[in-house]
Ligand binder design. Structure first.
Ligand SMILES: [Zn+2]
Length: 218
């Protein structure tokens, strides 16, 4: 896993250099004499503050950043990089009591690890006999052709494409994510609910239903 904290602070050529390996799983290094391709499959986690001073989301309201400063800061993560990040979450600072109540009923990491292992087994079984083992490795065109989601889920993605809320590459990422959600909650084929959850994960909006149940014990 590659974790870039304060991602907008990285030089744009460094961030843009991640596009190729994120897409292909390889990094190609070209020098005068030769070109070499190295395997580069990794999970990318980017963290960013809401504004340059980092205080923009805290309750104290000490931030003096202007809307233009916030915009410029956010724009340092380009559209093509954002497109390649499947899950977007907005984190707000919590008070101690809020944190304590959020932790009540939360499943432990080791407990969730079992669920994740089961989901990975499901993927490996479905992808048996193919070059891939995980949903994230399956090319979009193969995924759409061989493992389509249920019609009502497909309709949701098509609506997003028609209204330009998603581009084609992001749509394939939504379908992959919907499959992973279905694998986690135990659905044989992703339905409308799984696609809706994938879209919520993408938009950074609140999660409902099966996904919330997945991380809570009660
Ligand atoms: Zn600020």
């Amino acid at each position: 896993m590659l974790f870039l904290d304060e991602a907008p602070e990285f030089a744009s050529n460094v961030l843009e250099a991640l596009r190729q390996p994120l897409e292909s799983g390889h990094v190609v290094v070209s020098r005068a004499a030769m070109t070499a391709a190295f395997p580069a499959r990794f999970q990318l986690v980017l963290a960013a503050n809401p504004c340059p001073c980092g205080l923009g989301s805290s309750a104290g309201d000490q931030c003096r950043c202007t809307p233009l400063m916030r915009r410029r800061y956010a724009d340092r993560l380009s559209g093509p990089i954002r497109d390649r990040v499947d899950i977007h979450r907005v984190l707000t600072s919590m008070s101690r009591p809020e944190l304590a109540s959020a932790m009540t009923g939360a499943r432990s990491t080791s407990d969730l690890a079992v669920t994740v292992a089961v989901a990975r087994e499901r993927q490996a079984r479905r992808l048996d006999g193919t070059p891939w083992r995980l949903n994230s490795e399956v090319p979009g065109v193969e995924l759409r052709k061989r493992w389509p989601v249920r019609d009502e889920g497909r309709v949701l993605v098509d609506q997003q494409l028609r209204t330009l809320k998603l581009n084609a590459r992001s749509a394939d990422r939504i379908l992959r994510l919907a499959w992973t959600i279905a694998d986690l909650v135990g659905h044989d084929v992703p339905g409308a609910g799984d696609v809706e959850t994938a879209l919520s994960l993408r938009r950074g909006t609140a999660l409902g239903g099966a996904m919330r149940d997945l991380v809570q014990t009660a």
